[in-house]
Design a protein around this ligand. Structure first.
Ligand code: 5AD
Ligand code: FES
Length: 335
């Protein structure tokens, strides 16, 4: 059992000991995944959101955002292309948009399953057990829902219209259904201490997740947290991923997009320090610029085709290659 104190001391490593931490994380990653990096194409299919998370650029009250929704046919067209581009999973991500009801979303999932061999991951926020069950029946393989912070007070400060317990209930419901479940957190939220980060890492590990996504908090100008500062030094983000890998050897851990926003070649760096998944943006260009949760998002002007070519090059440059097969969980179901 690892303690908060132990994690904090790992987060404070530097010099040769830090190099050693990164090397160990990479070694564990290679042991289970070799040189393979699973590619999951993300479609940000709607930027409507009825919530008001204080850090997020597409929160309901953001008046400066041009809202869009993609049709089922538009989503399918992207999926058909994806298969030719080394991607074996589609991640359907949106704000919490009630327009995509249980049935509407269900039809999209089953159409993708019928027409392609893609694994289908959803990332559309908090819904009820019955809805998750229905989507699973329609073919949904996986679900992503970050808990964002394990500190109840900080969670309330970040999410004026949401509740930590409800969020965790959603995660538990998904796990009970046997949907491969991913969660994770933001690193460096306003007021977050190193001890809290350590607790988030441990909380995340305790959830026994099949997928773990964590990335730096990046202040987004026109949000209530627009003037906040992320007070952690950059290497804390990388250390977090390396520690998560050591504690969760079999989990799929993406090099999240936010790493590119804080550091040139940030996603490559994190793939060398424990991450094993890359999520190329496959949102059509006309929409992409309107899905800005935070500034500095990469690939805003590259088409899905360009990203697909680019990603293979980026992987090659660090001695990795696109993984084959659907990239399902190898961790088995949570105990
Ligand atoms: N900085 C970094 N990540 C953010 N997200 C939302 N807003 C920001 C921000 N300002 C992340 C959240 C969410 C995921 C889809 O994007 O963690 O779960
Ligand atoms: Fe999008 Fe390189 S991954 S341009």
């Amino acid at each position: 059992m690892t303690s908060v104190t132990e994690i904090v001391s790992l987060l404070q490593l530097d010099g040769p000991q830090l190099d050693d931490l990164y090397q160990q994380a990479d070694k564990v990653c290679r042991k289970h995944f070799g040189n393979n990096v699973h590619l999951r194409g993300v479609i940000e299919f709607s930027n409507y959101c009825h919530r008001n998370c204080n850090y997020c650029g597409i929160r309901a009250k953001s008046k400066n955002v041009k809202r869009y929704r993609m049709t089922a046919e538009e989503i399918l067209a992207v999926c058909r292309k994806m298969e030719k581009q080394n991607m074996t999973t589609v991640v359907l991500q949106s704000g919490e948009d009630p327009y995509y009801t249980r049935e509407v979303m269900g039809r999209i999932i089953s159409a993708i399953k019928k027409e392609t061999d893609l694994a289908v991951t959803l990332s559309v926020g908090e819904r009820g057990l019955a809805t998750y069950r229905y989507w699973q029946k329609m073919g949904m393989d996986r679900y992503l829902l970050r808990f964002e912070t394990a500190n109840r007070k900080l969670f309330r400060e970040c999410h004026p219209d949401d509740d930590f317990i409800k969020r965790i209930k959603c995660l538990k419901a998904l796990q009970k259904l046997g949907v491969q479940t991913g969660s994770g957190f933001l690193i460096g939220l306003p007021g977050e201490t190193m001890e809290q980060l350590a607790r988030d890492i441990l909380y995340c590990t305790d959830l026994k997740l099949e997928m773990i996504g964590a990335g730096p908090f990046i202040p987004s100008e026109l949000t209530p947290f627009g003037k906040a500062v992320n007070s952690f030094p950059k290497d804390i983000y990388f250390k977090t991923i390396a520690i998560l890998r050591l504690l969760n050897p079999l989990a799929h851990i993406p090099a999240t997009t936010a790493f590119d926003a804080i550091s040139p070649r940030g996603r490559e760096l994190v793939l060398k320090r424990g991450a094993n998944v890359f999520m190329p943006n496959t949102t059509p260009l006309e929409y992409r610029k309107h899905y800005q949760l935070y500034p500095g998002k990469p690939c805003l002007n590259e088409s899905a085709d360009q990203c697909a070519v680019c990603v293979v090059k980026r992987l090659g440059a660090i001695g990795k290659k696109p993984g084959r097969g659907p990239g399902h969980a190898i961790s088995g179901k949570p105990a």
